[in-house]
Every structure is written in C-alpha cells, then in structure tokens.
Design a protein. Structure first.
Length: 184
C-alpha cells in the first residue's frame, strides 16, 4: 500500500489485505477454543480484543512519529505502510518458528502442564484437534445458522473497534473548529 499511485491500486491492495486478514480473529478464537474451556473463552477473547485496541493506540503513536517523514519522494502515509509492512514481515518467521503448532506438545509447557492439556482434551470432546478437514464439514458449517450469527457479531465488533480507531482523527477533524482556537 505504500507504493500505490491511483485509486484502482488502492482498491486492489485493500481487497487483498481484507482477504488475508479476514480469518485472523476467527482463527485466534479457534486456537483459544483448542486450549480453553467454553467457560474460560470470554475472558481470553476480551483480553485479545483489549490488546487489539492497545495495538491501535501504538499504531497511532507510530503514525504520529512517521508523519514528518517524506524521504525518497514518498508521502508520510506511504512510509507508514512501508514501515508497518517491514515490521510485520520481519515478525512472520519468528512467530512461525516459536508459536506452538500443537498445544499438547508445546515447548513452553513443562511435563505437568502438558499432562493437564492432554487431560483437558480427553474430558472435553469439543476440543477436537484430531478431526480431519473435509469439504463435507465445510458445507455443513454453511448450513448452520450460528455461522451467520457469528459473522454478524464479528462484523459488529470489528466495525465498532477498528473503524473507530482508524477514522477517529477524521471524525474529530470533521466536527469543526479545533479546540485550541476555542480557548482564545
């Protein structure tokens, strides 16, 4: 996105970003579902959304810091996308290598904790990590009304959380006169 030159390139990049990011939050919740009981999920999901809002605040600070950079003939917003992209790409191999693929054999747990995880899997049949992916199961998911209810819920959360943090400065600017001129 840091190198777009026209509106069509912007739309194409936003479409690709949306496509690749669409599964992130649901996959994080699915991963939580492999580890935590249903009664423990709400606290973990709330923490994840809280950190997401915190990341938005950090992103705002980064945007403020980069707002005066205009090197290489690029605008400051272009540099913001380039810097955030570099950070993301640099973190991918680290996360891929460090993040446990199976919680039952996670390197960060000691043997007692691994045994607790194995016991949780035995006692909770909804933690189905051994289940194989099939097209039939995907089709059955699309027939389940809970999928669509969950999609509406995720859309509503994303709309309120991410749209607010993304467009807050434009909203404030659109409200009228800056506060600094009101005091004089």
């Amino acid at each position: 996105m840091g190198f777009v030159k026209n509106i069509n390139q912007l739309y194409a990049c936003r479409l690709l970003i949306g496509f690749f990011e669409a599964g992130l939050i649901p996959c994080i919740n699915a991963y939580f579902g492999m580890v935590y009981l249903r009664s423990e999920m709400s606290k973990r999901s709330a923490t994840m959304y809280g950190f997401s809002a915190f990341a938005g605040a950090i992103g705002g600070l980064l945007a403020s810091a980069v707002s005066n950079v205009t090197a290489g003939g690029l605008t400051s917003w272009s540099w913001l996308f380039i810097i955030e992209g570099i950070i993301t790409i640099a973190c991918v191999p680290i996360v891929y290598l460090v993040f446990p693929k199976d919680v039952r054999t996670a390197w960060l747990f000691n043997e007692q904790e691994r045994e607790i995880v194995r016991l949780r899997f035995e006692l909770n049949p909804h933690l189905c990590i051994e289940e194989k992916f099939t097209r039939t199961k995907v089709a059955s998911a699309f027939r389940d009304p809970k999928l669509y209810l969950h999609a509406v819920m995720e859309f509503s959360v994303s709309l309120s959380l991410f749209s607010f943090t993304t467009f807050l400065t434009a909203i404030i600017r659109g409200l009228g006169t800056p506060a600094s001129t009101l005091s004089s």
